[in-house]
Design a protein around this ligand. Structure first.
Ligand SMILES: C[S@@+](CC[C@H](N)C(=O)[O-])C[C@H]1O[C@@H](n2cnc3c(N)ncnc32)[C@H](O)[C@@H]1O
Length: 278
């Protein structure tokens, strides 16, 4: 058995190799301040692969690039999320955006959760839509949910959460949209088919030159994703988002994210929500 304890710290050349690869492949910019974080996250991969030190891991990474790059990205990304996180965005959907789409007589509503993590965001969007239309005839609503991290996508697709992950959800909403697990699944909750059926999940690197989707969206949620992107990557992304939005479409960003000084393709509405400028 290989002893993993007592591994020496990540050396400069190892950190730089990993940092450059992560930047090239995901746009995530890891400053020197993130060195301890990289070290502890990559340590997880050393344990899983039973590799005794970072030097050997770097050789393994370069020798098995196509396979390992996905695992490396999975362990570096920060996936923190929550149901009804930043609730003002869902108030905005209910009070402004959805009534607007309904008044316009939309037969189809398309929403994209870009950087969806384990699914709390797209399922919150779906629940907000279902609550808005209630028993009224609902248009054809589809929510596309994408992320670069294949591990979080697996969990999102399964739609199964522990009680602790659902702590923010009102009890009536929980009863209405989640099935309670029994027997060996006691304490777990599964998203009901009505909500699950509105969502489609897929892997997408937002840094890719071209995206495979056809058609455009009424709303794009890209919250708490661009924090690690540099200015050039952000600019490119907002231009792309503008191209993927309908003329009256909205872009919803995370609480600490701004488009100011990066693009003139959006106007600010409030609460980190932007509207496409035609
Ligand atoms: C902090 S989570 C935010 C989740 C959700 N949007 C929210 O606000 O609750 C950020 C997500 O962005 C994803 N991400 C990071 N870089 C990405 C990239 N280049 N392309 C697509 N997704 C990326 C991560 O894998 C992670 O799941």
């Amino acid at each position: 058995m290989i002893a993993i304890t007592g591994i020496r710290a990540l050396k400069d050349d190892e950190f730089n190799l990993i940092k450059d690869i992560i930047y090239k492949e995901s746009g995530i910019h890891l400053s020197d301040m993130k060195r301890a974080l990289v070290q502890s996250r990559v340590m997880k991969r050393l344990r899983e692969l039973r590799i005794p030190n970072y030097e050997e891991y770097c050789s393994y990474l370069t020798g098995n690039y196509d396979v390992e790059i996905v695992n490396l990205i999975n362990c570096i990304t920060t996936n923190k999320t929550d149901f009804f996180r930043e609730p003002r965005h869902f108030d905005f959907m209910r009070e402004i955006a959805l009534p607007e789409f309904e008044r316009a007589g939309r037969k189809r509503i398309r929403i994209w959760s870009a950087g969806c993590s384990t699914g709390a965001e797209p399922y919150t969007i779906a629940i907000t839509v279902a609550e808005y239309f209630q028993d009224r005839k609902m248009p054809d609503v589809r929510i596309l949910a994408t992320d670069i991290d294949t591990q979080v996508l697996r969990k999102a697709e399964a739609g199964i959460y522990g009680a602790g992950e659902l702590a923010n959800i009102d009890i009536d909403i929980l009863r209405k949209y989640f099935k309670r697990g029994r027997g060996e699944n006691a304490g777990m909750f599964k998203v009901k088919d009505a909500v699950r059926g509105m969502t489609t999940f897929g892997r997408l690197n937002l840094l890719d030159e071209a995206y495979p989707m056809k058609g455009s969206f009424d709303m794009i949620f890209c919250r708490n994703v661009i924090i690690y992107f540099d200015t050039a990557s952000r600019k490119k992304l907002f231009d792309k988002f503008s191209g993927f939005l309908n003329d009256d479409g909205y872009l919803v960003m995370g609480h600490s994210e701004t488009l100011t000084g990066l693009t003139s393709r959006f106007s600010f509405i409030g609460n980190t929500i932007y509207r496409k400028v035609i």
